[in-house]
Ligand binder design. Sequence first.
Ligand code: GLY
Length: 363
Amino acid sequence: MKQEKIIVKLGKDSYPVSIGMGLIGDIGAAVGNILQGSTVAIVTNDVVAPLYLEKVRSSLKQSGFRVVTVIIPDGEEQKSIETAKRICEELLKNNIDRTHSLLALGGGVIGDLTGFAASIYMRGIPFIQVPTTLLAQVDASIGGKTAVNLPAGKNLIGTFYQPKAVFIDVDVLDSLKEEVFTEGMSEIIKHGIIKDRNYFGFLEGNLKGILSKDKNLLVKMISVSCRIKADIVSKDEKESGLRAILNYGHTVAHAVESLSSYKSVLHGQAVSIGMSVAGRIAVLKGIFPEKELEKQNKLLQDAGLPVSQSRFAADDIIKALKSDKKVRDGKVRFVLPVRIGKVTIDDDIDDALISKAVNSVFI
Ligand code: GLY
């Protein structure tokens, strides 16, 4: 099967996103056309390293690069300013200069952290994204949002800093635990709801093959998702308007994640629950037909994602919503669907309505 290529169009910062099978085995030749310097520093973690580091390293070496590796422990707690500093110190120790590049090999934590380190090390050096989870492949690796967390909340320190290229190898999805693959489906279904009704229909019609990891279907699906995200980012890189629609489901997701201390509920699962609440708010407001909400929730559930929760009290969710960073002038901002394929942004929703929707999902 041929490789798909999508361009994130951002003028002089434009870059290609390549999607296909077996890409990481040829990464050296592929980045040889993109990077100028002699050295690539791979940043990865101790779970991904045993699986893919050697393949990436030897391919880069074969193409004549000097390769440095920085391996950090796995886990969200590594997305910290301390780990970013540690990465920068390792780079310095290995004589990485501004002509050299970083390569993020891992999931969202590695991608966000490496992008952040690349954006601040010596005032910015080039970097490449090689995402190894479905979630990172269709979301975090594209669009240049980099970040580390603070104890007060997720992603509170960060930059917009675009990679030079993104390489998405669907073969790496074979090593994902089922629930980690499934959580990626949440952002994928989100893309259909916010932007593309036909894509939503494609997901409904091909779900069985997708969940059994049919590689041709995966390449097709990831390509459409990446194209949707790339189009949105191209139009609104810094999230001054349109890009915020990518936050569909994320208002409540952040509340769920903060209550679960970012551990027991995966991000994609929290987004799925969040889409269920946002969909219900839209129905209660009279802007989204009940039938459409049923269609959304059925696909989420068929994909193995939750649309309700009994673990958290509705009141705690509402409290957490108010302290979320998306609160502006005391209002909570929601992305709401008007039909599958189209959403709107609303920061003027009656508290009673939010409470009713939250109570219907947190049962
Ligand atoms: N993950 C949302 C965005 O990149 O804007």
